[in-house]
Ligand binder design. Structure first.
Ligand code: AHR
Length: 720
């Protein structure tokens, strides 16, 4: 049966529906309640002020030192058109088998794909340019507009490179970065369909910069130039143009030049060659993540087995990487390969959490456990060796050749992705084969099953005890809040711990709004409060290119943490909630209790199977409107009290702290808030909603504080 994305519209697990029971375990519900849609409207007598107790002498858990991480894959133009610095789209001409998509011609020159002049077996096609029409007044060439634009900044050096070979043409070629201005007299750049498009005249005084390659060989060679801009305005309306004014034609023979791997890089984070966009890296650095789950997600699996993330084809010289089609329906050059993931980890001081391909692809291709699976198991062992092995091992030596002699840290390996979709019933056997082989060689590694304890026991791995199980939750705000006490009552004796490897409150597109951030914060309180069993968590998806939100455009999956176009980037309110949680917590979880927490009424959706309702409508639930958790730094004594108010009115809360001799009256409050739940950040208003930290007074062991409407607050209390 065909797998489609609709199968992966996650609905909450049954556990989410248990809120009423679970919530009652930790909160006493008030006499009056508020409706979800009119939260804040008092329906009865004035409500009691909720009381929140923090028991500083009762440590219920250690905060997992690895709790806050990142999950990543090539989706929504995450790397190519996102984090990866490359500015040229379809640089290897393999995005489409018949057309040179994303390339335009300059001066009406003819261009075509040519499989008879491959650069090598990996890049087995080239772009052929007929230069015969070139003249001083009308250059012939090729132009690329990047991923919805090419960002150009003032006084900045760009590194352009390409492979080329000529026939009856030996140069020169001019490489230019040109501003595209619709108001400027256009040079006759022609698109593939013959229509005239915008561009600049050679020698124009408009912002632009050029360099020349004087001679082109008759054999494939790599050419490199640097282009340094002057005092130009930052803009994304630019093209990379490679052109010539020399036709090169000899009698009846047309001048021809073939191109491959045409690349343009701006300065990158930490100046890494083949590196990453600094602005997006800085947003991530500010999250202080501890791990990176890579390389997916669906991207690990591929639609078919031969479209999986085949890591050995993603390492080494980028001109030897064939690239592959991603399950998110666009081409990946694999310029962003395994080593690039690892360098990303190193730059942000996080460690990889490696997901290995486990013999199952999205459209239900699978490999039977046993001898057929063995090559894939060996591939995983090789991959682990590439990451962690000594340089005297085969794959450790390969890593050293690729520029990184030192091994990378690695503690967690996940076997596959979302294998509950596998109807063949082979996951238990496949997992066992990987588990045994990995544990035999690397007993120190923690092995993660993709089927967590949230799934029915019949789906889970039975033959081995996974160290962790990966649970995924993509939910509405109400459902996220409804399960915000879910882990309070999870088994403490189960040896399989929890990795919440993908989750998001999916409200807002392309990036979540404040309602999303509130649902996220309620859920993060739940995970942090229970991080004796929830060892790792990562929001997903991480990135979205917001340039073209239409069908077939730059977004395949809405509600993503960080948005960007070719020029700038921004964090959503959910991003700032993540930053707040990950950078403000202690190492001890403190016992908490509460009374009179306001609630709202939530009607869970009807359960359906194949569109058919199952049973009667579920009973409405009372869901808390205020969420909290408390941690303490055992060294400094600071208590971090997180309080989330999802209501439309400010909420006073009476806080009582026991188990300490004193709490200073002055502390700090870091607050993320909005006027409306659908308030958000965007590419045009990137900082509409950001956390504000201020010094506050009136704290102590017993105080009442008002928490603003639609807010997430972290109080730092100096306790002795
Ligand atoms: O995060 C988007 C997708 O959701 C992931 O690729 C997949 O694992 C899940 O279905």
């Amino acid at each position: 049966m065909q797998h489609t994305q609709s199968f992966r519209n996650h609905f909450s697990t049954l556990a989410g529906l248990l809120l009423a029971v679970l919530g009652a375990a930790t909160t006493r519900l008030p006499a009056q309640t508020l409706d979800a849609d009119t939260a804040g409207a008092v329906t009865n007598a004035p409500p009691a002020i909720p009381v929140l107790q923090v028991k500083a002498d009762q440590v219920t858990a250690q905060v997992s030192p690895m709790l806050y991480g990142l999950m990543t894959e090539e989706i929504n133009f995450s790397y190519e058109g996102g984090l990866y610095g490359e500015l040229v789209r379809n640089r290897t001409f393999k995005a489409n088998a018949t057309n040179a998509v994303y390339w335009e011609t300059v001066g009406g020159a003819a261009i075509s794909l040519d499989t008879n002049q491959p650069l090598n077996s990996a890049l087995n096609v080239s772009l052929k340019l007929d230069t015969s029409g070139a003249s001083k007044d009308s250059p012939a060439g090729i132009a690329n507009g990047g991923y919805w634009g090419i960002a150009i900044r003032p006084n900045t050096t760009y590194h352009a490179s390409f492979y080329a070979k000529g026939e009856h043409f030996d140069g020169p070629l001019t490489i230019s970065l040109l501003h595209v201005d619709t108001n400027h007299p256009a040079l006759t750049y022609h698109t593939n369909d013959g229509s005239v498009t915008k561009g600049l005249e050679a020698g124009s005084t408009m912002p632009g910069v050029s360099a020349t390659v004087p001679k082109i060989s008759g054999e494939w060679r790599k050419y490199e130039v640097t282009l340094t801009t002057g005092d130009v305005q930052p803009s994304k309306d630019n093209q990379l143009v490679i052109s010539t004014t020399k036709p090169g034609t000899f009698f009846n023979h047309h001048g021809t030049v073939w191109f491959q791997q045409v690349s343009l890089f701006p300065p990158t984070y930490n100046n890494r060659p083949n590196g990453n966009r600094p602005d997006i890296m800085q947003l991530l650095a500010d999250m202080q993540p501890k791990f990176l789950r890579l390389p997916g997600g669906n991207y690990l699996e591929g639609d078919y087995i031969n479209e999986r993330f085949d890591w050995k084809k993603t390492i080494g010289d980028i001109s030897q990487r064939p690239g592959h089609r991603s399950p998110w329906n666009y081409w990946s050059t694999d310029g962003f390969g395994l080593m690039e993931y690892l360098n990303w980890c190193e730059d942000l001081h996080m460690e990889p959490l490696l997901a290995v391909f486990a013999g199952y692809a999205l459209r239900h291709d699978y490999v039977k456990p046993g001898p057929d699976l063995q090559p894939y198991v060996q591939d995983a062992l090789d991959e682990i060796e590439y990451i962690t092995g000594d340089t005297n091992t085969t794959w450790g030596a390969a890593r050293a050749r690729d520029g990184h002699p030192a091994p990378f840290p690695l503690h967690y390996v996940e076997v596959g992705n979302e294998d509950w979709f596998d109807r063949s019933g082979t996951y238990d056997g496949r997992f066992a084969q990987f588990y045994d082989a990995i544990k035999a060689k690397y007993p120190q590694l923690q092995i993660i099953s993709t089927i967590g304890n949230d799934r029915p026991a019949s789906e889970r791995v039975q033959s081995r005890t996974p160290d962790l199980g990966d649970e995924h939750y993509y939910l509405t705000q109400e459902r996220m809040e409804a399960q915000s006490h879910m882990y309070d009552t999870r088994s403490r004796t189960n040896q399989t711990k929890i990795f919440v490897g993908e989750w998001a409150t999916r409200v807002g597109r392309p990036t979540p709004n404040m309602a999303g951030a509130l649902g996220d914060a309620a859920w993060m309180c739940n995970m942090e409060r229970n991080s004796d069993i929830v060892l790792l968590e990562s929001y997903a998806p991480l990135f979205v290119n917001v340039s073209d939100l239409g069908r077939g455009g730059s977004m395949q999956w809405p509600s993503d943490l960080i948005g960007y176009d070719a020029l700038t980037s921004y964090g959503s309110p959910s991003y700032y909630a993540q930053v707040m949680f990950s950078t403000h917590h202690g190492d001890n979880v403190l016992a908490t209790d509460s009374q009179d927490v306001p609630t709202y009424s939530y009607q869970p959706p009807q359960r359906t199977r194949n569109g058919v309702p199952q049973g009667g409508p579920p009973a409405p639930q009372q869901v808390p409107s205020v969420f909290y958790d408390a941690t303490r730094d055992s060294q400094s004594g600071t208590i971090y009290l997180k309080v989330v108010n999802r209501q439309s009115a400010a909420q006073p809360v009476h806080v009582q702290i026991s188990g300490v001799s004193a709490v200073e009256a002055q502390g700090t409050a870091t607050v993320l808030k909005a006027d409306k739940p659908d308030d958000t950040n965007s590419i045009d208003e990137p900082k509409n909603i950001v956390p504000v930290t201020e010094t506050v007074d009136g704290l102590g062991t017993d105080f009442t504080r008002e928490f603003p409407a639609y807010s997430i607050t972290i109080l730092e209390l100096k306790a002795k």
